[in-house]
Structures are given as structure tokens and as C-alpha cells.
Design a protein around this ligand. Structure first.
Ligand SMILES: [Zn+2]
Length: 314
């Protein structure tokens, strides 16, 4: 399935495998002024080519090397041989050898398996800047969802093409490879750019996205703090999952454990292990271990924590 929306000079090309007439999971490629940002899943590459036959494709850039972003690359490259392909240097190996993705069955079925592409260049080769006739896009490193993730920012119009660095809604499950600390850091980076239009992989284009990004950061911090509180009462990970999410959803089963609430709690634990707990965080937690941890904090750690947290939710 394919659905095209126009946002000024930007085309949002949403693609998905259809099942019983409904999309399984949308992924969006964007086209602006000859630049194609991502190529959608392989299962939709034929439909993507029909759309692209109406416009010039002079450059291709990949936000990250997941199968729903690089799946159409081989077919697009075959039709636009002169268009250079760019990605983070961290993504090159996977794009050149997609078996590195080790796709679970559900990913093969929902999006298809990408073919290998050798002709891909690191964005460092162009100083992390992509120029079209009318626009200049700055590459912004936004790891977390994947290690090789980049976003593109156009400062004149304050357009932000964010791939999967921003995913809307409240988290109830988490993919095993995503890193919460980096996700939050990248969201803060996106906030700091003061974007006026957000073009995410979901295809749900946002005007004035900062409040939603701020709320996303705040919700992840609240969740991490809640995990910390529950752990401090002696709960196991399974008990925390039950307490916060009433157990696992069917997503864990469908994805073979790739997405799960357990992964989300573990991601929060990894994040918390990097952060310094404060007495404010621990209010109401009857834990001798945590009270001892607070008491042994260095004198300036509370001030640092307070400043960081305040910046995050502002
Ligand atoms: Zn992704």
C-alpha cells in the first residue's frame, strides 16, 4: 500500500504491506527538491518507483539501516543510477550486507528482506551536509533507536526529518537493541534545534513539535523514575512489568520477544544505572540501600541532577 501527501515542497510517501485491506505498519520516505530521504520497505518498492517516476531523484539519504528504511534502496538505485546514496558510516556495513540485521520472522513478513547495496557513501564524505537546488540539510547524529541513526535539519524553514528518533505516544514495549539513554539524549538534541515542522518515519507530520517532543522526554523520565522506585521496594523485573503494564502484551509473542515490556523495564534500569539518584527522586521510597546511596552522594551531584532533569522537561 502507498499513500502520498504533499506538505509544501515536501512529499510524504507512506508505505506498508496491506493485510485484509489495512496497513500492517506504515513507514514513510520523504522527497524534497530531488533528495529522497529513506526508501521504505522492500514490499512496497514497486509502488514507490511509480511515485518517483513523477519526480527527479538526484540524491538518496538513509536515516538508519532498518529494513523498513532501506528495503526499497536496491530498486530505487536501479532506476536512478546517478543518484549518490548516503548514510552514517555506522550504517554502511548493514546496508552493504543486510543479513547483519538478523531479521526475526515477523520483520521479514511485515516489511520484507532488503537486498545488499554496495554503492553507499558515508555522510562524512560531504561534511555531514546535503545540498539541493533550494535547500541545505545538516546531518544530526541521533542514536538510540539504532546506533547508526541520523536526522536531517533544514535551518531556514526549521524542517526536521527525524526518522525513528522520535516515535509518538507512550511506550509500553521496547525493542531489545534500542538504548534509552541515547534515545533521550537524541530527543533533547531534536528539541534544541527548535524545529517548526517534524517529518518522522511514521508519516504523521507535525507543526510546532517541541511540546510533543518535550512530553515524550518527560514520559520516559517518569517511567525510568517509577522503575527505580519499584525496584527499590524489592520488586523483580517481572513484578515491575506486572505492576506498570499488567504484564506483557501480545506484541511480545508476535515479535518473538523483540518488542516487550520486559525490554522496556530493562532499558529503564540501564538508564537509571547511569544516572545519579537524588533524595527528591527517592521521596517515599522506604529503602535503606537507596537512602545510603543518597547519603553518600558527592556534594554537588544533587545540583547537577536537578539542572539536568529541569532541562529535560522544560
Ligand atoms: Zn527503525
Amino acid at each position: 500500500m502507498i499513500h502520498v501527501e504533499q506538505h509544501g515542497p515536501v512529499l510524504a510517501i507512506r508505505m506498508a504491506r496491506g493485510f485484509l485491506g489495512r496497513p500492517l505498519a506504515w513507514t514513510t520516505a520523504y522527497w524534497v527538491d530531488g533528495l529522497l530521504i529513506d526508501t521504505g520497505p522492500r514490499c512496497a518498492s514497486g509502488e514507490l518507483l511509480k511515485v518517483l517516476s513523477q519526480v527527479p531523484v538526484k540524491q538518496i539519504v538513509i536515516t538508519h539501516s532498518h529494513e523498513d528504511n532501506i528495503g526499497g534502496l536496491e530498486d530505487v538505485h536501479a532506476h536512478f543510477r546517478n543518484a549518490p546514496i548516503y548514510a552514517s558510516y555506522r550504517a554502511l556495513n548493514t546496508i552493504q550486507e543486510p543479513t547483519r540485521l538478523r531479521l526475526q520472522l515477523y520483520r521479514r513478513l511485515v516489511w520484507g528482506v532488503p537486498k545488499a547495496i554496495k554503492q553507499v557513501r558515508a555522510l562524512d564524505d560531504v561534511d555531514n551536509t546535503l545540498r539541493t537546488s533550494d535547500y541545505t540539510f545538516r546531518v544530526i547524529e541521533t542514536p538510540g533507536h539504532s546506533r547508526d541513526h541520523i536526522s536531517l535539519f533544514e535551518p531556514t524553514h526549521r524542517w526536521l526529518f527525524s526518522g525513528d528518533a522520535f516515535v509518538g505516544g507512550v511506550e509500553r514495549s521496547w525493542p531489545s537493541e534500542s538504548d534509552l539513554f541515547s534515545v533521550i539524549g537524541s530527543l533533547q538534541t531534536l528539541m534544541s534545534l527548535r524545529p517548526e515542522r517534524l517529518f518522522p518515519s511514521s508519516g504523521e507530520v507535525r507543526r510546532n513539535p517541541r511540546p510533543e517532543i518535550a512530553e515524550k522526554i518527560a514520559s520516559l523520565l517518569r517511567l525510568s523514575k517509577e522503575v527505580s522506585r519499584l525496584e527499590a521496594t524489592g520488586m523483580s523485573v517481572d513484578e515491575v512489568v506486572t505492576c506498570l503494564f499488567k504484564g506483557e502484551s501480545s506484541l511480545r509473542l508476535w515479535t518473538g520477544g523483540h518488542f516487550s515490556a520486559t525490554n522496556l523495564v530493562e532499558a529503564c534500569r540501564s538508564y537509571n544505572a547511569l544516572m545519579v539518584a537524588t533524595s527528591d527522586d527517592l521521596a517515599g521510597v522506604p529503602s535503606a540501600r537507596l537512602r545510603r546511596a543518597v547519603a553518600s552522594d558527592p556534594p554537588d551531584s544533587s545540583a547537577n541532577e536537578s539542572a539536568d532533569r529541569g532541562d529535560m522537561v522544560r
